[in-house]
Design a binder for this molecule. Sequence first.
Ligand SMILES: Cc1cc2nc3c(=O)[nH]c(=O)nc-3n(C[C@H](O)[C@H](O)[C@H](O)COP(=O)(O)OP(=O)(O)OC[C@H]3O[C@@H](n4cnc5c(N)ncnc54)[C@H](O)[C@@H]3O)c2cc1C
Length: 398
Amino acid sequence: MLRLSTCSRGAKTASTLFPTSASHIHPTAAQIRCYARPPKPSSFQQPTAQKTTFNSTSSTTARAPKASTTSNIITFLTASSLGIGAYLYQWNQHRSSSGAVSSNPFDFFSPAESLTTEKWTPIQLTKITKVSEHTSLFEFQLPSPCTIPISSAIYVKDDQIQAMRAYTPVHSVEQDQGTVQLLIKRYSEGQVSRFMHDAKEGQKIEMRGPVLIWPGGREDLKQWDEIGMIAGGTGITAFMPIIHSALTNPDKKVKISLLFASQSPEELYFKDELDYLVKTFPNQLRVSYTVDKVPATPAAASETVAAPSKWEGHVGFVNQSMLQDLLPAPKKAITQGDVAKDKEKAEEDVKKSIVLVCGPENMVNHVAGTRGMSGQEPIRGVLGAMGYQREQVFRFPN
Ligand SMILES: Cc1cc2nc3c(=O)[nH]c(=O)nc-3n(C[C@H](O)[C@H](O)[C@H](O)COP(=O)(O)OP(=O)(O)OC[C@H]3O[C@@H](n4cnc5c(N)ncnc54)[C@H](O)[C@@H]3O)c2cc1C
């Protein structure tokens, strides 16, 4: 069964889509700090103009001790409106200096909501970068800094038709961050992906989350010696933060091997970054690529597409020969017949390596068999034929 508890402001437990029955991973309930930070009143400098006005108002009152009740009320109302005016002025000063997105000056009393699982929040789309013919990177400015856990998803809503879809933040880190980037591929019949590709910079998009998909934070990763990854197309978004987290962890050098499959070289997103990381961490990271097809002629290739003569990766759908020297080997299955000691050893063995699969449904089905609603269906497909068991494979939802 899927657990969908909430992550909310004030350091509550992360939401998770991770199956609670999965025995091979121990979700450590990553704490998500995702909260609004209203400006502190004490940090505001009272503008000189208002100070003068306040002084003159109070001195007027002091010089008229016998003023009537009516004039006292007028004085009080004047002072109050000047006070509110001063506050609004200060708020605007603060907004323009901090770059905060909220347009509500009374957020001082009711803080600006940041991204939360509890409700839809309009988040400003600040930048769109085209990365291939059908795919763009969308950057959003959060109303206030928020920790987006590694391997989490954010829901995006097309509010015209009330449809929502999950997307994986590409550069999530284990610290407060002010922006979120989503890599979204446009499908010609797709509702939310078309809505996003029609969106304009400056527009606000309704979002909800983050929801933890797999515990891939620095502490969680330490339990593994080796992680194998098979990504299909935009499925690479789930793996980029895990790779960064593993490579920058000084406490444990987890080995990572990745097979990245895409339709064409152009759709091998972040390839330059991955190649750079392989050169920088040659003992820790291995990456291999496969594409459905390479462009027929060099002339057919765009500037960003590798010409056929330059293509050195595999061609074709994921198969055993692409995986067998790359991934951590399949572990011995634990059977009822195992004596307690062997079972313990086999369980320990299984814990040390895992294979993650993320991509479009067809690709995941081909590689590991259908995940089913629970994500717990037996491993079939290419990995099943190679002897991988359910305990050693995690199929990301798609
Ligand atoms: C946890 C999670 C994380 C995800 N992260 C990302 C991400 O980072 N980037 C990203 O682009 N997508 C991601 N997805 C997929 C995304 O949620 C949507 O399913 C996708 O954008 C299509 O939505 P749509 O509304 O445009 O299409 P829909 O209206 O749902 O589908 C309409 C038609 O579009 C086509 N279509 C839809 N999806 C696919 C597909 N995957 N492959 C081939 N054809 C398809 C089919 O023809 C389908 O019939 C993620 C999904 C999950 C569950």
